[in-house]
Design a protein around this ligand. Sequence first.
Ligand SMILES: CC(C)=CCC/C(C)=C/CC/C(C)=C/COP(=O)(O)OP(=O)(O)O
Length: 293
Amino acid sequence: MKDSSLSSAVETPSGKGAGDENFPVGSWLLPPALRPHIARYYAFARTIDDIADNPDLPAAEKIRRLDGFAEALSTGQGGPDYAKALALRASMIETGVPFRHGTDLTIAFKQDAIQGRYRDWEDLMGYCNNSAAPVGRYLIDLHGEGRHCYVASDALCNALQVLNHLQDCQKDYRALDRVYLPEPWLIEAGGSIADLDGPASTPALRQVIDRCLDHTAELVRRARPLPDQFRSRRFAMEAAFIWRIADRLLIELSRRDPVATRVQLSKGQFAAAGLWGVALVLRTPRPSAPPKG
Ligand SMILES: CC(C)=CCC/C(C)=C/CC/C(C)=C/COP(=O)(O)OP(=O)(O)O
């Protein structure tokens, strides 16, 4: 098989890597034996996201390539252009994790290729259920944790996704004419999509950002039990770390303007979130077995 770390003819690498993410990807907190599998999932996700976000590819071509990745992952067909899907397929067969956690991502990124506006929160959550929730579900199944953990995990992943949309709202609009913030909310607040092109948020845009943050705060609240649900102490620490990152980003985005400046956590805040996660898990007992049902 071709070296899946090299890019193929159907890939359009953005140059982004795990170090550019908002949260730790396959961090040292996770069990070492699982990290190579997580790296394959990450490489697959990064590759298909880069195709969806390439401003120079026509939508039909993005869809053709994303369908190719889904097909290669679920059937093994497709050849060396789809090496990252084939590598993930081998990893998923070895670990027993369903292909669906990969193919669902292709559904979201195909949606990105053709949909640039969102009607309301439900519409946005429909997107997040395919773009972000599969990441947590993948990690849960890889660690052999119970599916009862999906509820809090979906809430955490969808919150991270919306926080990322808020951080990147101007960039996504300018580069891709893509606006995840519901357009009718902007119009209701007396603004328009053009508000995203200014030097700072208008009062209408700020109102919409705050409305999204209110919904996201509820997701972060629902995600709070997640670390306590995991039997794996390392995975619980990772989840607590990531939960704390979401909680801190929520505060930063409510205080600062993502249109005027890049809102992200400082290295100190990131490290503090890690310590918080480790400390939280060290002082709480692990569940011995998942609840029945
Ligand atoms: C169970 C558990 C611990 C779950 C957490 C899993 C996790 C880290 C989910 C994040 C999914 C997400 C928002 C990806 C977007 O990445 P991005 O913000 O880097 O987006 P971009 O690269 O496209 O800008």
